[in-house]
Design a protein around this ligand. Sequence first.
Ligand SMILES: C[S@@+](CC[C@H](N)C(=O)[O-])C[C@H]1O[C@@H](n2cnc3c(N)ncnc32)[C@H](O)[C@@H]1O
Ligand code: SF4
Length: 413
Amino acid sequence: MIPIQPASSLSDTPEPVPDLAHYMRAGTLQFQTLPPLALYVHLPWCLKKCPYCDFNSHEMRAAELPEQPYLNALMADLEAALPLIWGRSVQTVFIGGGTPSLFSPQAIDQLISGIRARLKIAANAEITLEANPGTFEKDRFKAFHGAGVTRLSVGVQSFHDEFLTTLGRVHNRAQALDALAEAATVFDTFNLDLMYALPGQTLAMLQADVATALSFAPKHLSVYHLTIEPNTLFAKHPPAKVDDDLAADMLDQITAMTAAAGLQRYEVSAYAQAGHACQHNLNYWQFGDYLGVGAGAHSKLSFAHRVVRQVRLRDPARYMVHAVAGNAVAQSFEVKRDELPFEFMLNALRLAGGFDLSLFPERTGLPLSKVQAAMEQAVQQGLLLRQGSQVQPSVRGFDFLNDLQALFLPSNA
Ligand SMILES: C[S@@+](CC[C@H](N)C(=O)[O-])C[C@H]1O[C@@H](n2cnc3c(N)ncnc32)[C@H](O)[C@@H]1O
Ligand code: SF4
């Protein structure tokens, strides 16, 4: 889960997007090269809204899904965005949601072909699709694979029916097992999402969930601590909270069990076999660029002298109307120069292995001197390790990541 589709209380009306010349004008940042570029496509519908979820997802019956109008809107949205990424090739594609697997394999095929017809996609690009076991039927995953999807990400959350009910999931344990068996047969790399610190969950129940997940030999596993997000049903009616010590023990168990199965914790919530880290998410964490199309999608795009963020119209119906007119953007703004160090660290310090110092100027257009003092402070406090040009959070820094990241806030500069 990447925090890029949160509920937003900001404006949801179309806003004219400045042209390329405006973004190319002189400015105080100096990019030597532009970061790698990824494409995110948001499909905003689910069979049922989960009570913990604050993603831009809306309930829709499968038979009423406006597949073709939405695909048309996505293509118009993409075409309108092309001048801002002119000449750049896309390294990875992530089709997220919502529940993208609600869309038919034919629609996903049309989507991927449409993207390929409009954008240069790198050879062997990772193309991920998020799937919900509640939309699983025989041969559906094979058809997604045939459409060009290279990596499936299956949202399982738990293998205990009682938790699946509490979490408002549309699938049960049996459907999750069937979906994973098929994913493991069809895809070389697939991911599965689990959640932990669930109301009433014991350490033994968590161990059973992780063991079941690992029995499918996934090359990638994401395990998220249940968070209570504002404006969700759980925020209004909070479930019993798991004690912090128990949650910490659960995390230790997850790390130990995944390590024993050959999966390394390479990011706060992500575990993978060597060579199977999610390339698309790595690009976010390494402060790469991404174009996000679809309702409520977020973009971050760099130009020679600035970094620009955009958010597309959130409401799917309004998005469709305005996107076909090439007018899907609700907000666009430049990231302030003094906010870039914190934004960079907010992402890069989530990586257990940290980053090479050269990445900071490369991805922010700022000199390294902007973070030198805060880095020294972090090293002194035992939160950051530095070896040559490589920096990484210490074990304590990883445990107290918010404190480490906060050292890079503008107020601290
Ligand atoms: C946007 S969802 C997409 C997957 C798909 N829609 C599904 O739920 O099956 C990505 C993942 O984020 C995680 N997630 C969403 N909301 C969360 C929350 N409040 N706390 C912890 N994890 C959450 C879930 O594990 C979910 O699978
Ligand atoms: S299925 Fe996924 S995106 Fe949809 S409401 Fe549930 S967690 Fe959110």
